[in-house]
Design a protein around this ligand. Sequence first.
Ligand code: NAG
Ligand code: NAG
Ligand code: NAG
Ligand code: NAG
Ligand code: NAG
Ligand code: NAG
Ligand code: NAG
Ligand code: NAG
Ligand code: NAG
Length: 886
Amino acid sequence: MEVTKWMVHVCVFLVIGVVHSQIVTQTDLNNIADNLIVKVDVIRNYDNGSLHLIKVTFNNKASKSLSGYNWKIYFYSFFIVEPSHILSKDGLYTKPDGYTLPNVNLKLMHENGCLFSMSPTSEFIGLPHNEKREITFSAALWAISKTDFPPNWYMAANGLNARVISSTKGDFVGEFTSDKQWKRKKADKYDPYSPSVRYHRYKTTNSNVQQIVVIPTPKEITNKDHTKLLDVSGNVTIVHNGLNEEAKFITDKYNFDIGKTASTSGVNIYLFINNSISSSEGYTLSVNPSARCVTISGKTNTGVFYGVQSLLSLLSLGNNLQQMEIRDEPRYEFRGMYVDVSRNFVSKTVLEKLMDAMAMYKLNKLHLHLADDEGWRIEIQGLPELTQIGSKRCHSERDGICLIPQLGSGPDTSTSGSGFYSIQEYKDILSYAKKCHIEVIPEIDTPGHARAAIIAMEARYRKYKNTNVTKAVKYRLIDPNDTSKYLTNQLFNDDAVNPCIESTYVFIEKVVSELKAMHTDAGHPLNIYHFGGDEVAKTAWVNSTKCEQLNFNFSGDTASIRNELKNYFTQRVANITFTHGLNMAGWEDGFNAGDGMPFDISMYQNQHIYSNAWDNVWEWGEARRAYNYANAGYKVIMSHATHLYFDHPYEPDPEERGLYWATRCTDSYKTFGFQPDNLYQNIDVTVMGASISRAGICKSNTTCPLLHKPKNIAGMQGHLWSETILSEDNFYYMVFPRLLALAERAWHKASWENVIDETLQNSMRKRDWDNFAETVGKKELKRLDDIGIKYRVPPPGASNEGGEIKLNTVFPGLNIEFSTDNQIWKTGTIRDTASTVFLRTKSADGRRTSRVVQFETSTSTAWTIQLSFTTITLCSFILYICLLRH
Ligand SMILES: *[C@@H]1O[C@H](CO)[C@@H](O)[C@H](O)[C@H]1NC(C)=O
Ligand SMILES: *[C@@H]1O[C@H](CO)[C@@H](O)[C@H](O)[C@H]1NC(C)=O
Ligand SMILES: *[C@@H]1O[C@H](CO)[C@@H](O)[C@H](O)[C@H]1NC(C)=O
Ligand SMILES: *[C@@H]1O[C@H](CO)[C@@H](O)[C@H](O)[C@H]1NC(C)=O
Ligand SMILES: *[C@@H]1O[C@H](CO)[C@@H](O)[C@H](O)[C@H]1NC(C)=O
Ligand SMILES: *[C@@H]1O[C@H](CO)[C@@H](O)[C@H](O)[C@H]1NC(C)=O
Ligand SMILES: *[C@@H]1O[C@H](CO)[C@@H](O)[C@H](O)[C@H]1NC(C)=O
Ligand SMILES: *[C@@H]1O[C@H](CO)[C@@H](O)[C@H](O)[C@H]1NC(C)=O
Ligand SMILES: *[C@@H]1O[C@H](CO)[C@@H](O)[C@H](O)[C@H]1NC(C)=O
């Protein structure tokens, strides 16, 4: 009897076991992770409120069934999944219980930030070998490009090592073939560029296109004569006094001598300081064939350095230098590039290469975003937890090991989600920057965007709390009793340091001192400390008793208390930096007192307070801050997201990398056309691409204040936020060649910028661009190839012009290849082909190619005809209206 009962138990166990065996061994988990084929498709972005619908297909190619209840699959979403079920009613935080998808019995949970998970409920029906299952769920807003779905989903089960689901390492997102997939709303004006659109956008109408002598364009070039040449292929001597570092930039590339005295037989290059030059970065360069010399003079070493860079640019065209005299100086003192190394890390080598290019194009500030929610990237003497824990992202069942995976970083520390600069590496970066005449501006983002630091300091707290409480709490960044619930734009619920506890300032003081010490050691003094200050969640600290004790009592007017608290925090950080003799910088919202006005600058003792004006989505109405802040005495860095955010895509195409919250796309032409001295002249389109005018946006000088203190516009900066920058290649792709357009505008004010008449301005700008594009395509891209920078190779444009297929690219001179089968590539004239041709562009050095685009040779004719038809209709309509009105 006993035996029978026992046998029944076994049988029941076996039956359940067959259907629902748990994942118990590492081999099981690996087998599933390696063989579960995951595919993601966007079903639609509109037609059901502000939600997009996602389909995930699981195809189990593993030898075993995916069953049991003890596993979880982790994935990433930039927007909250199933908001109506997962968000609180007021949308201020996520509910802890997740949401079970009906029918499939999978529970979706928001972990933190962009990390979500799905796990089986007890009703989950296993997915047997070779079977498929589709699940659909919604998420807020939209997903219109492949990079909206970060790779490296992973599977975890208690006690086992989590493992990437192999199929999500590469291209696991389905094609975007309908406008419901690539448009955010019905009203979204953007479709992916067809080759024809591209062709017409970049087509040159100017018959007299000429290369620019040097990029960025010098202020003045005189005495230019291409018939008078100085041949530098023979013996060349560089003669200078104390400008060895600058001379070395020439001898690193060219086999020239360095001598104390001029050679009598060969060519001489003279480098010297010239005090009569007025601009501290100004220089003169003259190529004098009759005297067989080049002279470069600068007000300072930096000026000489820029003269040397211009000479290197001339030399890149060959050994015969044309006679000319250049007198040059920058438009702005601040010509920056911003790099976020927190969301994803890049090595020191990448930054050095970036600086090589920045030096070539005379950019002089490197703003490094060293800490954010997703990672802390700089070693700080005495606070090892910041890098031991805060620089790593991994899946861990225990606290205090690492940060949770984000942005496609996967379960372990092998990806760009992890990494930091050691003290030595940071000093190396500083020394390198110094040689390139670049100032490094470190940023530690506070009080929001500080999760990495908070998690690290909590680990430190736990490490010492039982042995030395004083030590444990010394650098603590939160009040553990503060129960305030909040959710940031990036979906974190625990990323704001508490501004009402002393230890926060002890921490900031420590970090500032250590940064300063590293700078001093490297002979690159710290000048500006950037404290971040952006995007603090609305309801952070509202229930903090520590804030109440400091008389920041949120039960009154929450918004104004929050402002007072922000005011207090910025002043305290400013005081710390002032004590160290530094200037302070912050994102504009960090200083925002409300109504687009900054805090009274007199409350800061620092010589200068810099602010990055970034939040300029025109229809949101905050572009006013740039001029309001400048008028109020802040040094404003034009950082406008619509034109200067290089994390945004080049084209409105689902295949192009990048976020698009500020604008759907920014190509080099758009950045080139940015007018920093004339902000409202840049008003062009809404986020959805609808045309807007200055008159339509600038209703009053409250919405568009005038600039009364132009001297306070310090300069401009390009920005690489790195949410989607998962590799070194991604990095170069997004920065280059847009950086050249940035440099052109930051150094040189074009004549068309002062032209008010829009039509005239547009045509002048296009002519200037044509010359610029010609120079980039035929000269500069090769120079980037030479230093190993893998810039984006632009896909071609094409147009069927009366039966003849014409091709172009944004940068003339790059070779274009075509194919009828996407396999065998040819160059030359396209004839007698099928209706579809595949096209791609080659890099200047011929080693890389653009993404492949398809051109419908026949429909393009139809398109052209249709366009002219539409044009005719439109014109008749306008004529009709005109007639009616008169
Ligand atoms: C629209 O979204 C809501 C909320 O997510 C969902 O319940 C509903 O089924 C959706 N409607 C359609 C037609 O998909
Ligand atoms: C170049 O310099 C070398 C070594 O100083 C000398 O032998 C040679 O004659 C020079 N050539 C010319 C063309 O002056
Ligand atoms: C020094 O600079 C001044 C001002 O640009 C210029 O006129 C002069 O020619 C320069 N001197 C030399 C020796 O190049
Ligand atoms: C505890 O830590 C503090 C701060 O680091 C230190 O000054 C003190 O000496 C430590 N106390 C003991 C008993 O180790
Ligand atoms: C948190 O609150 C408890 C209870 O009031 C108190 O004992 C404790 O000291 C508080 N912790 C901190 C860090 O203030
Ligand atoms: C603050 O505390 C009150 C009372 O417990 C609670 O109702 C409210 O939701 C809390 N606010 C936040 C933002 O956590
Ligand atoms: C905070 O303000 C509320 C309402 O204004 C008041 O009742 C409360 O006593 C204040 N708390 C403190 C600590 O000042
Ligand atoms: C900053 O320093 C000034 C001058 O010492 C002082 O008056 C002010 O109270 C300090 N600000 C804060 C918020 O501590
Ligand atoms: C506001 O605009 C008017 C013209 O519309 C101008 O006269 C006035 O000076 C402006 N005020 C400020 C403060 O810029």
